[in-house]
Ligand binder design. Sequence first.
Ligand SMILES: Nc1ncnc2c1ncn2[C@@H]1O[C@H](COP(=O)(O)OP(=O)(O)O)[C@@H](O)[C@H]1O
Ligand SMILES: CC(=O)OP(=O)(O)O
Ligand SMILES: [Mg+2]
Length: 414
Amino acid sequence: MGRYILAVNAGSSSVKVTFYTFANPPQAIADAQVSGITAPPPTLKYRRGPVKIKEELQEQFRTPQAAFQYLLQRCFRDPELSEVASDRDLAYICHRVVHGGDYREAVEINDETLHHLEALEDLAPLHNFSALEIVRLCRKELPSVTSITFFDSAFHHTLPVYVRTYPINQQIAKANGLRKYGFHGISYSFITRSVAQFLGTSQEQTNLIVMHIGSGASICAIKEGKSVDTSMGLTPLAGLPGATRSGDIDPSLVFHYTSEAGKLSPASTKEMHISTAEEILNKQSGWKALTGTTDFSQIAVENPPSEAHQLAFDILVDRILGYIGNYYVKLDGQVDALVFAGGIGEKSAMLRRTLVEKCQSLGMAIDTEANDKGPEDNQTVIDISKGAGKGPRVLICQTNEQFEMAYRTVCSRS
Ligand SMILES: Nc1ncnc2c1ncn2[C@@H]1O[C@H](COP(=O)(O)OP(=O)(O)O)[C@@H](O)[C@H]1O
Ligand SMILES: CC(=O)OP(=O)(O)O
Ligand SMILES: [Mg+2]
């Protein structure tokens, strides 16, 4: 058996892979990602030790699986990365799977568990399909390596019944698994541990409001280290808007949008049954629909290029504030910190400043200089609050889903 762990994080528009040593804590030896799969040309980012490469690729990837295969071969063939040259060097492959249904823990893949996960694909075809295609590919092409799937939803198994239940016919709800699951849980698990460590408290004593704001965005209320509410629902569509997702809307909107909305979408294949409405609300909405760009760094600017850009920013701020107020009350005002994470949460000083200034009434304040500077590459958590002691601290956490999966693999198997 090899000595390295490969962690894979496949999204609809990007695939990230990281190789780790099997050590506690795991050390990353190389990190590669392809982004822009849906908006060609795709770009490659590759990091090996101090070496950083960024290039536009000639290749066109039709699917995340194809991008994964490209990344794997590129790493295996890199003469400077001789530690991992083939499947013989790998002990485990960790896969991020967004929807884990009722699974509370990670699952080692065998015929039976894979079959179970395939049944879940129906509940979340848009979000699980690519990840499971990569799992199937690994089983075929790297059969000697054990695959483990980690679920975004698992962290939220502690949601109270009244939070996870939708007020609809309960027989139908139970038969079809219709409830709030919540997502980004691999990230929330990493953040909870890292922030507790940073604050010098145990996780069981840590209460947080955490935002994972990337091209998919969610927020989570964490009480005594456990998720007690989160903004995503049955699928990652609920809650906050994202790059191409609407977030919460009146569900009736679907029936008024177009008479075609209920039909199968043109993207539906034999394996993947999604309706036109799902396609529109997941892939043709959000700030892309408002502004034409999925890149939030073009939206969060002092002088936005159009009113639509300003509107997209204001909508996100408004929806996030609604949840902060909601969760602050649900946590009885006992909040140790408000935490920013995810690509946008970690990089947009303007979004953080705007939000924290609007949370003044909760005793929060931001140190403008620390906020503008943001974290260094090697800093997992930093404090950007001003006037310590008055209200919740304001923190940035550079989250790392791949690390979290590798870490848990090492902890449970060494
Ligand atoms: N400096 C920045 N300011 C605002 N947004 C940024 C900045 N840099 C990157 N982003 C945004 O971060 C998002 C990607 O975040 P990430 O968490 O990696 O997303 P995902 O995992 O959902 O693909 C993109 O929408 C990108 O535009
Ligand atoms: C659950 C989800 O939305 O994931 P991502 O932010 O990676 O798209
Ligand atoms: Mg992500």
